[in-house]
Ligand binder design. Structure first.
Ligand SMILES: [Zn+2]
Ligand SMILES: [Zn+2]
Length: 342
């Protein structure tokens, strides 16, 4: 049987557009091929398609053949559209290694155990950066890491305890005096805006009504509902941790990677959903083996580890009790300033 010729093209080079739209850094940053493949006579080379989802895995290696591209697009428009849809669904997994940088600005609990800052993670990549949680020490942690606080346009909050959201007043006041203009969007559980204003007023009376040179907007995250948050898509999963508002684990799609975060919680099967398929799952681990309502311990997490379907698991939010045994555990632990490239 004569060897078949095949052609392919890449979406970015033929102007098909980004299948995820303008807020999809992953797809635009990654060379994702788009069908069709065609044989010499123009027929589809169906045996080249991935049997699972129809994506041709060999196309990235093919040489472009520009004069043929437009003819192929015209001949197989429906297939091109269908494939773009598949690529969009898979694009979260398509980015190159190292395209996202996760920095643990704060990996401590509420009580500065180990001298650590309170919870705050910084996601950076080819798109705008984003903070996950903004504990009371977030501003000093940002400045210590030489990250301009005014560069933070997006914050996703897991729950409304001070060691996870109380850094917002200083982030905002710092922006006010630095003449920041970039808007700030804060996504969190229902009640986030009210709780923030109460906190701001308690710390700096009158502050919440000051006119600032930048806009502050609040977005309420709804349980198990995907929410576009600037460069990311955030999905919250309700967990078990009393905080006066629904407490969430967060699943953050950012730069083509999936980052899961438990928030504060005792074990709940919601964590299985939040961690599923994640490139990185950051999990609180407050205690070594002490069972305390609303928090996890290392012993429980070890027993449940196999249920967390994630590429990499890192523990955070550790008490002195837990920190004192880090040399004995077999799960990777965060520390302040640590950077993970995904
Ligand atoms: Zn908490
Ligand atoms: Zn906490």
């Amino acid at each position: 049987m004569p060897r078949r010729r095949r052609w392919g093209f890449r979406s970015a080079q033929v102007g098909l557009g980004d299948p995820l739209g303008p807020r999809a850094p992953a797809a635009s940053a990654s060379p994702v091929s788009v069908l069709p493949c065609a044989g010499a006579a123009g027929e589809l080379v169906q045996e080249r398609l991935d049997p699972v989802d129809g994506i041709c895995q060999e196309l990235p290696q093919l040489t472009l053949f520009e004069p043929f591209l437009e003819a192929v697009r015209q001949r197989f428009p429906l297939l091109v559209a269908a494939h773009a849809s598949i690529v969009a669904r898979r694009s979260v997994k398509s980015s190159a290694v190292g395209s996202v940088r996760v920095q643990f600005l704060g990996s401590g609990d509420a009580f500065a155990s180990g001298g650590r800052f309170q919870t705050c993670f910084h996601l950076a990549g080819s798109d705008e950066s984003l903070l996950i949680d903004c504990g009371a020490t977030a501003l000093v942690a940002l400045k210590r890491a030489a990250i301009d606080p005014a560069s933070i346009g997006w914050v996703a909050l897991s729950h409304l305890h001070g060691d996870h959201f109380a850094g917002l007043p200083w982030l905002i006041l710092d922006g006010q005096f630095a003449r920041r203009t970039r808007p700030l969007v804060v996504a969190g559980p229902p009640g986030t805006e009210v709780r923030f204003k109460q906190t701001f007023e308690a710390l700096y009376p009158g502050a919440s009504s000051v006119v600032r040179p930048f806009e502050i907007r609040f977005v309420e995250l709804v349980q198990r509902t995907r929410c576009e948050l600037g460069p990311a898509v955030v999905t919250p999963f309700e967990v078990a941790h009393g905080s006066g508002a629904p407490p969430y684990a967060l699943r953050v799609e950012y730069g083509g990677k999936l980052i899961g975060y438990s928030g504060d919680t005792e074990w709940t099967d919601s964590l299985i959903d939040a961690a599923r398929g994640a490139d990185l799952f950051i999990c609180e681990c407050n205690f070594l083996d002490k069972r305390v309502p609303g928090h996890l311990d290392y012993q429980t997490l070890s027993e449940k580890r196999a249920q967390l379907d994630c590429e990499r698991l890192v523990i955070t939010h550790m008490s002195d009790d837990m920190l004192g045994h880090l040399g004995e555990v077999d799960i990777e632990a965060a520390n302040d300033g640590m950077v993970i490239a995904l």
